[in-house]
Write a new protein. Structure first.
Length: 101
């Protein structure tokens, strides 16, 4: 069975709103993080990609999960960013599981 698209205020899918909020928060936290680390650029690029997918209104679950994996790999060891990363993961999870191969 397909998933029914639920719309919130203004016709926007509440999952998209949640994703945009979580991505925005993590982007701000990353920008304010004082320590540079080798994969910071990857995290920034993938957060921008997630935001662009959310703005489009119809993000593809496999692409969301790929970006999440890259972000987690890039900032996974930075404990100060863990709550924001968790929020992004939870927002991506609302889009459902990718199809099994």
């Amino acid at each position: 069975m397909g998933q029914k698209r639920v719309t919130g205020r203004g016709g926007e899918d509440p999952r998209v709103t949640g994703l945009r909020t979580a991505v925005s928060r993590l982007r701000r936290e990353l920008a304010g993080h004082p320590v540079d680390f080798p994969d910071r650029g990857i995290a920034e690029d993938e957060l921008a990609a997630l935001d662009a997918m959310a703005v489009s209104g119809a993000p593809e679950t496999p692409r969301l999960r790929r970006s999440l994996l890259l972000i987690a790999g890039a900032i996974g060891s930075v404990s100060a960013l863990a709550p924001g990363l968790r929020d992004v993961r939870n927002a991506v999870d609302l889009f459902g599981e990718p199809p099994r191969r």
